[in-house]
Design a protein around this ligand. Structure first.
Ligand code: SF4
Ligand code: SF4
Length: 215
């Protein structure tokens, strides 16, 4: 259902005190419906006169945005007219609206600033992760690296999960050819694991392994 803005205010002025709304010359209107689809404030409705003939009618005049004249600009037959803008200028002076306008402008700036702050906070949160999957490669040999991993997480709020060693061939393993190791790094307290990953990278390098990727 269309919203009725007739009881609203324009910078403190009751909307019904402002005679700014379109008038349609029915004779000039060819029923193209452009005004109806252009206006985002549901000022217009279209009357169906018979099967093919349509006419635009101003159904909710006070929904019209004060100062807007878009529908008149796009109307192909110039069937839409507005009063002189002097009526708006006169009301601006009469009601001394600028104090209120400054307050509204401040509110708008404050809202925009708090939106930016919120977006930055959301981006920061999105940039952190409490769960990361890591792939490393190299010669793993015995259990040297696994022991270091165990030491790294001992007594700390992190864990290594779903650890898989991918060995291309068994012969290769015996001949110490490179293999891949995949595992998940999780924070058991749902904190960001970035700092922990830096420590993990350090022991990967110390063990002559290669950090292939994290995702
Ligand atoms: S844009 Fe003009 S011609 Fe088209 S329906 Fe509206 S008033 Fe009529
Ligand atoms: S001037 Fe703007 S707000 Fe008013 S009826 Fe036309 S398009 Fe809608």
């Amino acid at each position: 259902m269309a919203k009725d803005l007739s009881q609203s205010k324009w910078h403190g002025i009751p909307r019904q005190d402002i005679a700014w709304y379109p008038t349609v010359d029915a004779d000039a209107c060819i029923g193209c419906e452009l005004c109806y689809v252009t206006c985002g404030r549901e000022v217009y409705e279209i009357s169906l006169l018979d099967r093919d003939r349509r006419k635009a009618k101003v159904e909710r005049p006070y929904n019209c945005m004060v100062g807007c004249s878009t529908c008149a600009v796009v109307c192909p037959t110039q069937a839409i007219s507005f009063p002189s803008r002097d009526i708006v200028l006169q009301l601006e002076r009469e009601y001394k609206i600028f104090k209120l306008v400054h307050a509204e402008a401040k509110e708008k700036r404050d809202k925009a600033a708090s939106l930016v702050t919120r977006q930055e906070a959301e981006e920061k949160i999105a940039g952190t992760s409490s769960q990361v999957r890591v792939r490393i490669a190299g010669v793993f040999g015995e259990k040297r690296f696994l022991v270091k991993l165990q030491d790294l997480i001992k007594g700390r709020p992190y864990d290594i999960v779903d650890l898989q060693l991918h060995v291309p061939t068994l012969k290769g393993l015996l001949e110490n050819t490179p293999a891949y190791m995949d595992f998940g790094v999780v924070s058991t307290t749902q904190e960001d694991v970035t700092t922990f990953l830096n420590e993990l990278r350090a022991i990967v390098t110390e063990n002559d392994l290669v950090w292939v990727e994290q995702r």
